[in-house]
Design a protein around this ligand. Structure first.
Ligand SMILES: Cc1cc2nc3c(=O)[nH]c(=O)nc-3n(C[C@H](O)[C@H](O)[C@H](O)COP(=O)(O)OP(=O)(O)OC[C@H]3O[C@@H](n4cnc5c(N)ncnc54)[C@H](O)[C@@H]3O)c2cc1C
Length: 386
């Protein structure tokens, strides 16, 4: 018997993976419903630096200019300090904007969701995924949801996409197996400091510790400090989140520590206790995973938003090419991201000689260029500036 569907595609999660994916499918004419248990325009745990891959995607989608026009500062230089050695690289812009930005997530995710709605996708907020519905052959054929009033209801869809983040309950419900790529992990504390003079992105690493400074919206700078989780727990216990951030900054660079102590902090500091770099089985009959739900890497390389944007477009292309078969998506994703994930797993360990860490950052830049070249071939050139 012919199955009846309410929607072509149902996407769980309306942030950088889910909203971007929904827009692309809706633009191609599919009937798309996105659900997210969060409220619209809210923040999420992320220090949100967007490196070239993510920026090139925004440029390709015609959204980069809008973010910059709405006040996100462009970043033209990245300074790296490995122990006592300092170097700087100029960040090549893309055709219609800077090559690096760090838009606040409440602004970025809202813009992506707005674009999805404009393209014709429906987004239901405060709506949580509860369980999958399968057809007689075992193929995923829809979901059970809980709406804002707490009522459970079902939506049948030809294809369901889990874009519900690292702790994906959709992945759990479909039984997606998880494989750890690297156990090394860092704990991260970040906060926002009023440092209007900060124009460059700065990364400084000393044995066991690192700090990143990235200019963001509203004249603020995101400051993220990273350490091995046991060390971070200990500092948190003694000093609290903000105290730990400042104390570890003093250890990395006392001048920077003094600068932060003299600057206004506008929000409470936030902790991410760390997670292994991992990959989940990401496709099956009637379903696929994108973004953090499919694979997660330590934030040390500031690349998760690039992953989300790459997956969003890649899965959309595969579904449209194949008529809802994501097997090729998963295979191709793994081939493209294997080297970059393996390296990230090693980079989430700061207790190594400085020259080794510096060499890994250089190797990471090369892998980002390879990934970028693949995206240009697969999705069309992103019009990079000469
Ligand atoms: C401390 C930290 C710093 C980071 N810094 C950077 C950085 O500088 N640069 C970078 O590129 N990346 C960074 N990342 C990674 C980046 O934030 C993620 O890769 C990115 O947010 C993944 O996007 P996503 O859309 O896949 O998932 P998410 O952004 O996690 O969105 C998932 C959405 O799914 C919704 N959801 C979850 N469960 C359900 C459910 N049951 N029902 C309905 N909705 C549900 C959630 O409400 C959420 O809105 C960082 C991560 C952390 C933890």
């Amino acid at each position: 018997m012919q199955q009846r569907f309410d929607r072509d595609v149902l996407v769980i999660g309306a942030r950088c993976a889910g909203a971007a994916h929904a827009r692309l499918l809706a633009e191609a004419g599919l009937d798309v419903l996105v659900v997210d248990r969060a409220e619209p325009g809210t923040d999420t745990l992320s220090s949100h630096t967007m490196t070239r891959g993510a920026v090139a995607q925004l440029s390709r989608w015609g959204m980069l200019r809008g973010l910059v026009d709405a006040g996100t500062p462009g970043i033209a230089r990245s300074v790296f300090r490995f122990g006592e050695t300092e170097s700087a690289i100029d960040i090549r812009p893309v055709a219609d904007g800077p090559g690096m930005i760090a838009t606040r997530r409440w602004k970025l995710d809202a813009m992506l969701a707005g674009a999805a709605e404009e393209a014709g996708a429906e987004i239901r907020y405060k709506t949580a995924f509860r369980d999958v519905i399968r057809d007689d052959a075992g193929r995923v054929a829809g979901v059970r949801l809980a709406g804002p009033e707490g009522w459970d209801y079902s939506v049948r869809a030809r294809f369901v996409v889990g874009a519900d983040g690292l702790r994906s309950s959709f992945a759990n419900a479909v039984g997606a197996r998880e494989r750890v790529i690297g156990e090394a992990r860092l704990a991260h504390i970040y906060g926002y400091f009023a440092l209007p003079e900060q124009r460059d992105n700065l990364v400084a690493i000393v044995p066991g510790l690192s700090i990143g400074l990235t200019p963001t919206d509203g004249g603020m700078t995101t400051v993220i400090v990273s350490a091995e989780p046991a060390r971070m727990r200990d500092e948190m216990r003694k000093h609290g989140a903000e105290g730990a951030l400042l104390k570890l900054t003093d250890e990395i660079d006392p001048v920077l520590g003094a600068l932060l102590r003299g600057a206004q902090m506008t929000e409470r500091a936030r902790l991410f206790a760390g997670h292994a770099t991992m990959r989940r089985e990401s496709s099956g009959p009637g379903w696929a995973l994108i973004g953090d739900a499919g694979q997660f890497r330590d934030p040390v390389t500031a690349h998760g938003i690039t992953d989300a944007f790459r997956d969003a477009e890649h899965l959309a292309a595969c579904l449209l090419e194949t008529g809802y078969d994501a097997t090729g998506y998963e295979r191709e994703r793994d081939t493209v991201t294997d080297p970059i994930f393996a390296l990230t797993a090693q980079m989430a360990d700061h207790d190594r000689p400085m020259d080794e860490i510096a060499a890994q950052f250089i190797q990471f830049s090369k892998l980002m260029r390879d990934e970028q070249a693949w995206m240009d071939r697969r999705f069309g050139p992103a019009q990079l500036a000469a």
